[in-house]
Write a protein that binds this ligand. Structure first.
Ligand SMILES: [Zn+2]
Length: 278
């Protein structure tokens, strides 16, 4: 285990403005938006490292923008993240620490007119109007059992899944689960993670990477399965992971997960907790 700085373990990048893997905190001038965090960053902040002063003063800022919906043409006010930071360890499912963690409401936009959901409403996903007309999409958009923000992520997931982009569809279900975690809406979170797990499995069958580093995909899947109460599957993948990945970090994560699974723990834990740095 590294004892200083960040340990970058894995990343999955979304979109053309993906964040480079070596630096996670972002401070940018107000003219440019901050891309939502790379969803599968496995970042460990060592307790021995002192953040530099630039990171220390970075704050979350956002600005309103008028965005024209690519589906219906309606203009609506949306908010762009212009700066933020993150200190500490990501969760085992790569959810970033604060302050990035609390910017999740800025990672998806919903058109108030037609209900189109995308990270950028002005970008048209192929076939979106047709997919949005489906019963599944309309029902999801209006699902009162879940927070509206979770529904926005799930609607985006429905579009992406229909486009056979299973990896990104899965990530958006996981984001929906994070929203449910915060609500808190435990059953909603379990349901979103089950959907994420199914989509990640399909992504892997289609050779779509859900993480870029060996071990990261398995580590992620174990956590998604454990937190959606699919303990036998989680344990089996954990044992596979221990056989396949000899890396100290992943070894520690899989052993930690094994312990959680054996005691039926569906709680949220950080990577630092798994490796004993918390
Ligand atoms: Zn619209």
């Amino acid at each position: 285990m590294a004892k200083e700085g960040r340990v970058f373990v894995g990343a999955f990048y979304e979109g053309k403005h993906a964040t480079p893997p070596h630096r996670y905190p972002k401070t940018q001038d107000s003219s440019s938006a901050v891309t939502p965090p790379c969803l599968s960053h496995f970042v460990i902040e060592s307790p021995y490292k002192t953040p530099d002063s630039r990171e220390r003063i970075a704050m979350t800022t956002m600005r309103p923008v008028e965005v024209q919906c690519a589906v219906c043409g309606q203009t609506s006010e949306q908010y762009l993240l212009t700066s933020t930071n993150s200190f500490g360890s990501a969760d085992l499912d790569t959810r970033p620490p604060e302050m990035m963690r609390s910017t999740i409401h800025l990672w998806v936009q919903r058109c108030p007119q037609c209900g189109y959901c995308n990270a950028d409403l002005s970008a048209l996903l192929p076939n979106a109007p047709h997919i949005m007309a489906s019963e599944a999409y309309r029902d999801q958009l209006a699902d009162r059992a879940l927070p509206a923000l979770a529904n926005s992520f799930l609607c985006l997931s429905i579009i992406l899944a229909a486009l056979a982009d299973y990896a990104r569809a899965g990530w958006n279900c996981l984001r929906a689960a994070w929203v449910c975690d915060d609500a808190p809406n435990i059953e909603g979170a379990v349901s979103c993670r089950k959907r994420a797990a199914d989509l990640f499995k399909e992504a892997q069958l289609q050779n779509q990477p859900i993480a870029t580093q060996a071990g990261a995909a398995d580590a992620l899947m174990v956590d998604v399965l454990r937190r959606s109460r699919q303990f036998p599957l989680a344990l089996s993948l954990c044992e596979d992971g221990l056989r396949k990945h000899q890396d100290d970090l992943f070894n520690a994560i899989f052993r930690f997960q094994q312990m959680l699974i054996e005691r039926g723990d569906t709680g949220c834990y950080t990577i630092a907790q798994a490796v004993g740095n918390a």
